[in-house]
Ligand binder design. Structure first.
Ligand SMILES: NC(=O)c1ccc[n+]([C@@H]2O[C@H](COP(=O)([O-])OP(=O)(O)OC[C@H]3O[C@@H](n4cnc5c(N)ncnc54)[C@H](O)[C@@H]3O)[C@@H](O)[C@H]2O)c1
Length: 354
């Protein structure tokens, strides 16, 4: 077995161990809960739904479309405690019907995960990068409609039962692109070079919504928290990675598997407003702080062979830099290493595409 294959096998084994660790730590408290996941037919939401099902929760998966996800839909139905629904998160009538169907089937709602969303790669498929001044009003409207108003409308409905029973947990999925930092003076964005308007504007709005709503309902025992996944392989990933590869470029660095989100999402789902609320967590940092590994522990080593080969070539020429106390490199450091990798690749006459 080659060294790279051996390392990949070790990482895969470690990932399974960590997922198991999360199931053991939080599974018992998840069993029997009613969990609603929007946009769960595919991508990150599908991984979350499967994990909740495995841990004995009743799972409502509400997605605007099930095309290409029919097998998962049948699996949910056959599980006896899964409810796949068609629900467009921007449509009030469909949200009302989904809420009624949820109560009809499971009688309550304990957890709402607002995961449905458009990312830059799905709005501007496949490349996902349009500079701000080239975006149209209709792009902003489309994205705000789903990412912000979809989250708001779905929350307004599904929170009703949680407020009534005075127990619940709402988890909103945002992005590390909303982060700012300060070195003692004014705040600056941590990675403003990623060309992600209007996406990051919508996620900043969801961040603010989450903070303010959490405060307003904190005495009613309903927690509202947000999480920022690392760069994660989802439904749109292969089309985007291949489109970059065709142009001789890597699509940033190797993505993580969506399972890296399980420890914190299970933790937040297992608690309510008597626990943590009004917080926003960067998942790679949370994982590191809670014994769930550094970011590199979660990278995807099951990619299709052409995409795998391209990342392997890039990684072979990317300088290595590690720093104690950090789950992952800072975005600036990652960007410098990535650019150095690209330069090394070009200098060596290496090609990324196969
Ligand atoms: N993948 C990443 O690297 C990453 C990073 C940070 C945040 N996120 C967030 O994670 C969430 C999931 O994204 P993903 O990467 O899995 O994308 P994805 O495209 O694989 O999945 C999104 C799902 O949402 C559904 N959806 C879209 N619009 C909807 C609507 N109006 N109503 C109901 N469902 C709708 C889609 O049908 C799809 O099943 C999003 O909120 C995204 O912003 C993803």
């Amino acid at each position: 077995m080659s060294r790279a294959k051996k390392k990949a096998a070790e990482i895969l084994a470690r990932q399974s161990e960590l997922v198991q660790q999360a199931f053991e730590q939080f599974g018992r408290r998840i069993a029997g809960r009613v969990v609603v996941i929007t946009g769960g037919a595919r991508g990150i939401g599908e991984t979350l739904a499967r994990a909740f099902l495995k841990n004995g929760a009743s799972v409502v998966v509400a997605d605007r479309s099930w095309g290409g996800a029919e097998a998962f839909r049948r699996e949910l139905e056959a599980s006896g405690h899964g409810l796949p629904l068609v629900m467009n998160a921007i449509d009030d009538a469909q949200i009302d019907s989904a809420y009624a169907a949820t109560l009809d089937r499971f009688k309550t709602v304990d957890v709402l995960i607002n995961n449905a969303g458009l990312v830059s790669e799905s709005l501007f498929a496949p490349m996902g990068r349009v500079s701000t001044l080239d975006t149209k009003d209709s792009d902003w409207e489309a994205m705000f409609r789903v990412n912000l108003f979809g989250t708001l409308k779905t929350t307004r409905r599904f929170i009703r039962q949680m407020l009534e029973q005075r127990r619940g947990s709402i988890i909103n999925i945002v992005s590390s692109g909303v982060l700012t930092a300060s070195m003692g003076g004014g705040y600056y964005a941590v990675r403003p070079w990623t060309v992600e308007m209007p996406y990051q504007a919508t996620k900043a709005a969801v961040m603010a919504l989450s903070f303010y709503l959490a405060e307003e309902i904190r005495y009613q025992n309903v927690a509202v928290n947000s999480v920022m996944p690392g760069h994660t392989r989802a439904a749109w990933f292969e089309a985007t990675a291949l489109a970059y590869q065709e142009r001789g470029m890597p699509y940033i660095t190797r993505p993580m598997i969506a399972e890296h989100m399980l420890p914190i999402v299970l933790f937040l789902a297992a608690q309510d407003g008597t626990g943590v609320t009004g917080r926003m967590y960067n998942i790679p940092d949370w994982n590191y702080d809670h014994g769930y590994g550094r970011a590199e522990t979660w990278v995807d080593h099951n990619l299709p062979s052409d995409i795998e080969a391209a990342y392997a070539r890039l990684e072979a020429v990317m300088p290595v830099f590690e720093r104690s106390g950090m789950a992952d490199l800072s975005f600036d450091a990652l960007s410098i290493l990535f650019r150095a990798g690209l330069k090394n690749l070009a200098d060596s006459g290496g090609k990324l595409g196969s």
